[in-house]
Design a protein around this ligand. Structure first.
Ligand code: PLP
Length: 356
């Protein structure tokens, strides 16, 4: 049976990328050796790294005064690397769910944390807006797309202090004005690569503003100065990331991908709103393009497990909502084709007919 992959992370990658990755495991770029069995300090891998960086720069329109590096440890390692490097006295955090909660916890090891705004009062179903940003903060931290709740910032906020954003689950899904951020980072396993590598995009001036002496691996300068190769980088995930970026470029670049993402989200949200058995869970203006959350409508709650089996029988994979939210979540990352969303919509319509 055909499978429609809506996994939240690690998640769907384009077929051509998987084919290239499989091939490289056997014969990496015609070297006659597996990608998994070569030194990272070879001209061949240098070329992969260089192309990954230059494609990232090109696709996201990253200005020249920003550096890009790749490092292991996942986004969760950045939760403490960021305050270790940049929190001198006080940092501001906008609290929008589990991923900011975890980041806030780590920041407190290094200094004061001011919660500048929060959507906890409504179980993180919206993005706080029009909040004031104190000018005495070392930085302001946001999570651009809240993977678990399905909320997303729809514009780049203006901040008087350096703005740092976790874009693990919406990187390269939509255009971003990089110049408004001091640092953008994320784990690559949602939209770009298999698990094992994080990307960091950091403005040059931040490299001079590290607040304390740090172990070498924790200092952002180490990774910039050593071109992501202070220690052995995650060779395979970086290779796959490069293949994903090549695919994106071949598809027509970020504008084309963004338009496709908007189309998929519009299709699914329209069905959630139309179908009498379902309802959306978050404020309409903050609905994520990537992680689309919904539940059974009032009075139909008991149909949830039946719908789960019904959808599974029709090939839907990974639509169970996060345990903290319940219901359903369809993650519609870049590589998720429009046909998958159409199949899910058809499945929801069929289920409604069955219960008329
Ligand atoms: C998945 C996710 C994380 C955690 O990433 P790890 O690489 O597993 O540490 C952090 N932030 C967001 C927004 C995520 O979606």
């Amino acid at each position: 049976m055909k499978k429609y992959n809506f996994n939240a992370g690690p998640s769907i990658l384009p077929d051509v990328v998987l084919e290239a990755a499989a091939k490289a495991i056997i014969d990496f770029d015609g070297t006659g050796l597996s990608l998994l069995s070569i030194s990272h300090r070879t001209p061949e891998f240098d070329a992969v790294l260089a192309e990954a960086k230059s494609l990232f720069r090109e696709l996201l329109n990253i200005p020249d005064n920003y550096q890009i590096y790749f490092v292991g440890g996942g986004a969760s390692t950045q939760f403490f690397h960021i305050p270790a490097n940049f929190l001198g006295k006080k940092a501001g955090y906008v609290h929008t769910g589990v991923w900011t909660k975890k980041a806030i916890k780590e920041a407190k090891f290094y200094g004061q944390v001011q919660i500048v705004a929060s959507s906890e009062d409504k179980n993180f179903t919206y993005i706080p807006k029009n909040f004031e940003i104190p000018s005495d903060l070392d930085y302001l931290y946001i999570c651009a797309n809240n993977t678990i709740y399905g909320t997303e910032y729809k514009s780049d906020i203006d901040s008087p202090v350096p703005l740092i954003a976790d874009m693990s689950s919406d990187i390269l899904s939509r255009p971003v004005d990089v110049s408004k951020y001091a640092m953008i980072y994320g784990g690559a396993q949602k939209n770009l690569a298999p698990a094992g590598v994080s990307f960091v995009i950091i403005r040059d001036d931040m490299l001079q503003s590290v607040k304390r002496e740090l172990p070498t691996m924790m200092n952002v300068n180490t990774h910039v100065e050593n071109n992501s190769m202070f220690n052995t980088p995650p060779v395979f995930p970086i290779y796959v990331l490069r293949e994903t970026l090549k695919w994106m470029k071949a598809e027509g670049g970020l504008e084309v991908i963004y338009a496709r993402n908007q189309k998929k989200a519009a299709l699914l949200y329209a069905e959630i709103d139309r179908n009498s058995l379902f309802r959306g869970t978050v404020a309409e203006e903050d609905r994520s393009l990537m992680n689309i959350c919904f539940v059974m409508s009032e009075g139909n709650e008991e149909l949830a497990s039946e719908f789960m089996s019904f959808a599974k029988e029709r090939g839907m994979v990974g639509i169970k909502g996060h345990r903290l939210v319940g219901g359903f979540r369809a993650s519609c990352y870049n590589a998720c084709p429009v046909e998958s969303v159409e199949a899910l919509v058809a499945c929801m319509q069929e289920f409604e007919q069955l219960h008329k």
